[in-house]
Design a protein around this ligand. Structure first.
Ligand code: RIB
Length: 294
């Protein structure tokens, strides 16, 4: 069984600010750093650091070689990553004194996927393999369709949530990993229990993991609902916390662990990521997660 992540690779330009800018305001930042990121890249690195062999398919632009290099250095298989002309995806991220962030996303090369490229990569995978997707690339609907047709287990982190997901046939998703905002948008309610009920009604065969920030996370599937508290840490930068959780959750499932243990492991990994700066560099290795006293 192989794991394919078709996803974004971004350069994150991270600015430390006193507070998140409001419309019309100009504010000097207290510092700026560039980190590798992108929901796709972060989730591949989280999977690799959790001990899973993951193949990443994605597109980088002229200045994006560093993104492929970071993936390779962290144990991600990069044979399907292609370089194209034009700019890589990038973000401008503000992180305030309370470690909250806001992200402006430029799609760049992440939005240049073609059906041909997806078909070529998917031809290397088979029934039973896992296909992981987020919503920072184009043609997510096509990838879901083709992965499902092949009998792959399609896992969707519908982030960032927008109208492009309206064309995705969600009935073909085996596992959703979503936060409460995305849950509310899919299910039409903000109450976590109602979100899970709605998800079960709409997608009875799918497993669902709903993350609730400082209120923890809930798993629903296989006839059970399992709740997990969040670990308390001093937050430095919440970027990639959700991606870390996603990678570690999938890793736990692939290792055949029990759901309560998986949620505990993913929460610890994500708490460690929150206590460090940056996206990909903040993702802990499995040894750190196991050793952490949280
Ligand atoms: O989930 C965090 C990621 O979202 C960042 O690394 C940034 O690139 C944005 O895509």
């Amino acid at each position: 069984m192989k794991v394919l992540n078709m996803g974004s690779l971004n350069l994150d330009y991270v600015y430390q600010v006193d507070h998140i800018l409001t419309g019309g305001e100009t504010l000097a930042s207290d510092g700026m750093e560039v980190f590798p990121g992108g929901k796709g890249l972060n989730q591949s690195i989280a999977l690799a650091k959790a001990g899973v062999r993951v193949y990443h398919a994605g597109l980088i632009g002229e200045e994006g070689q560093i993104l492929t290099d970071i993936c390779s250095e962290n144990g991600v298989d990069t044979r399907y990553i292609r370089q194209i002309s034009g700019k890589s995806g990038h973000t401008i991220i503000q992180v305030d004194r309370q470690a909250q962030n806001c992200i402006l996303l430029y799609g760049g090369s992440n939005r240049a996927f073609t059906r041909e490229y997806m078909d070529e990569v998917l031809a290397e995978f088979e029934a039973g393999d896992v296909l992981l997707l987020q919503n920072e690339i184009n043609l997510v609907d096509y990838a879901v369709e083709k992965g499902w047709e092949k009998g792959m287990k399609v896992v969707l982190n519908p982030s960032p949530m927008d109208e492009k997901l309206d064309t995705v046939d969600m009935k073909k998703i085996s596992l959703f990993l979503l936060n409460e905002v995305e849950g509310a948008q899919i299910a039409g309610t903000e109450d976590p229990d109602r979100i899970l009920e709605q998800m079960a009604e709409k997608y009875p065969d799918a497993e669902v993991v709903l993350t609730l920030g400082s209120r923890g996370s809930v798993y629903q599937g296989r006839g059970q609902r399992v709740r997990q508290n969040a670990c308390r840490v001093q937050a430095v930068d919440t970027t990639a916390a959700g991606d870390t959780f996603t990678g570690y959750f999938i890793a736990g499932m692939l290792k055949g662990m029990e759901v309560p243990r998986i949620l505990d492991m993913a929460s610890r990994a994500s708490a460690l990521a929150v206590s460090r700066k940056g996206a990909a560099p903040s993702i802990p290795r499995m040894e750190e997660v196991l050793a952490a006293r949280l």
